[in-house]
Design a binder for this molecule. Structure first.
Ligand code: FES
Ligand code: FES
Length: 158
């Protein structure tokens, strides 16, 4: 089988797997990185949201063959390392606002939140309600109000 090499949470990894296997399953089933969750496998629920080169991506829709040695994948496990702390400010805000209910969607929610804060800043402003309307991660427990409060709080500390 072909080998595929990319960076995962700051370390280079190589997997020997057919190129059309989606990144979500490479991470969860081969590399044992279970933070990104499997919800739909179809690019809809966004439970699997992780960062590729700093942008939020539904990694259930990314064939591993699309990644190369210079591509940087960051999952919720690696998010604190991007700021050199035990927890990322967005995770701290999540705890402060006691956002999680069952928790299943929450890694994806946090990764989407961080990406949208960065995107808003790239556009020259802080994240606002219109930006948050574009976060489409589904939460079956309906924690959306707490998510918004935590994003605003976490963004102030990013
Ligand atoms: S599992 Fe990836 S979008 Fe639902
Ligand atoms: S906290 Fe349960 S699905 Fe979001």
């Amino acid at each position: 089988m072909p080998e595929h090499t990319f960076k995962l949470n700051g370390k280079q990894v190589t997997v020997d797997v057919p190129g059309n296997v989606r990144l979500l399953w490479v991470l969860r089933d081969i590399l044992g990185v279970n933070g990104p969750k499997y919800g739909c496998g179809l690019g809809v629920c966004q439970a699997c949201t992780s960062h590729i080169n700093g942008k939020a991506v539904n990694i259930c829709s990314v064939p591993v063959e699309q990644l190369g040695p210079d591509d940087e994948v960051v999952t919720i496990e690696g998010l604190p390392g991007t700021v050199g702390k035990d927890l990322h400010p967005m995770q701290e805000a999540w705890l402060k606002h006691d956002v999680a209910q069952c928790g299943y969607c929450q890694p994806g929610q946090i990764m989407a939140a961080v990406s949208h804060v960065r995107k808003a800043r790239d556009e020259g402003h802080e994240i606002n309600d219109d930006d948050m309307d574009n976060i489409r991660n589904i939460c079956r427990c309906g924690t959306y109000q707490r998510i918004r409060a935590a994003i605003k709080d976490g963004a102030e500390k990013m």
